[in-house]
Design a binder for this molecule. Structure first.
Ligand code: ADP
Length: 288
């Protein structure tokens, strides 16, 4: 690892810099992560993947830069250097989240969601976890979500034998009639973090929210909100402050499980069997 990282550090500092210690960081789900304490007194955050899909870290760096350019009220780690197997980021210190963190996070997210464009998608594909995320731009948010979010993950699961035929057919039916459940996607496509589970944000100095490890695209902002509720929920103060800053449209509660079905299918594709029951239960609820 060290031999590969020293040239990256030299790129960053313009001269060779030694590593005093490398401290493993927990909390990630895909990569190895380390804090590197350097002989110049600084620390940097290193992500390492032994066998990443081709341009994995380049896409992560692009996503971080896109967020940093648009986000007000967030800290977003700056990408410092990368190669195929490594990404060096600015190290940001996590502190325990206190009460001011949640409304600050909500307001910053609402502001991020105020950044919009005409089409759903993005000018390039990226990754969700290590699975490709297809961002082909579409005018119609329902078509985008049906085909490039649900449809793509469904196809991966089908091709790798992770879903039984009966469930696969039910997902076809759900996608055919998605308009009945999701309705037309009425709001302008918003810049999303894209993978907003609790492992991808924390509080830093001054209770400022920090976001990282994104799967950015322009889409329905309800999808970001839904993801914060998938594996446990943020405190109610977060949702109250978000709604005050940028009220959600009526019907969000009914659409929420559909937006999260994308993440459940992705988790099924990433981690396998245990997510099958969760996928089936959402699909069953909409195809009875
Ligand atoms: P993975 O891609 O494997 O999910 P993450 O990017 O989520 O990895 O990073 C793993 C953990 O490391 C995070 O949950 C967070 O606690 C911490 N972390 C991520 N980025 C930084 C950073 N730039 N500075 C400090 N800690 C970070």
């Amino acid at each position: 690892m060290k031999d590969a990282v020293l040239p990256l550090l030299e790129q960053v500092y313009g001269q060779p810099i030694g590593i005093l210690q490398a401290i493993p960081q927990s909390g990630g789900s895909i990569n190895h992560a380390l804090r590197l304490d350097l002989e110049n007194g600084e620390s940097v955050f290193l992500k390492h993947h032994p066998n990443p899909p081709g341009d994995f870290f380049r896409k992560e760096a692009a996503g971080l830069r896109l967020l940093a350019g648009a986000a007000q009220g967030f800290r977003v780690p700056e990408p410092l250097a990368l190669d195929t197997h490594h990404l060096l980021l600015e190290f940001i210190e996590e502190i325990p989240a206190g009460r001011p963190f949640y409304p600050a996070f909500a307001r910053a997210l609402a502001r991020l969601h105020g950044t919009t464009q005409a089409h759903h998608g993005l000018d390039h594909d990226n990754y969700i976890g290590e699975i490709p995320q297809i961002n082909t731009q579409e005018k119609d948010g329902l078509v985008f979500f049906r085909d490039h979010r649900l449809g793509y993950q469904q196809r991966l699961a089908r091709e790798s034998g992770k879903i039984p035929i009966a469930l696969d057919r039910k997902i076809d039916r759900l996608r055919d009639r998605l308009i009945d459940h999701l309705g037309p996607v009425a709001e302008p496509p918003a810049l999303l973090h894209g993978d907003l589970w609790s492992g991808n944000y924390f509080a830093t100095t001054g209770q400022t929210p920090c976001i990282f490890d994104p799967a950015v695209y322009f889409g329905a902002r309800e999808a970001d909100l839904a993801m914060t509720e998938l594996f446990g929920r943020l405190p109610q103060a977060f949702y109250d402050a978000y709604n005050e800053a940028y009220p959600l449209l009526p019907g969000y509660e009914e659409r929420k499980p559909l937006y999260n079905l994308y993440h459940l299918l992705n988790h099924l594709n990433l981690f396998g069997g245990s997510y099958l029951a969760s996928v089936a239960s959402v699909v069953d609820a909409y195809t009875r």
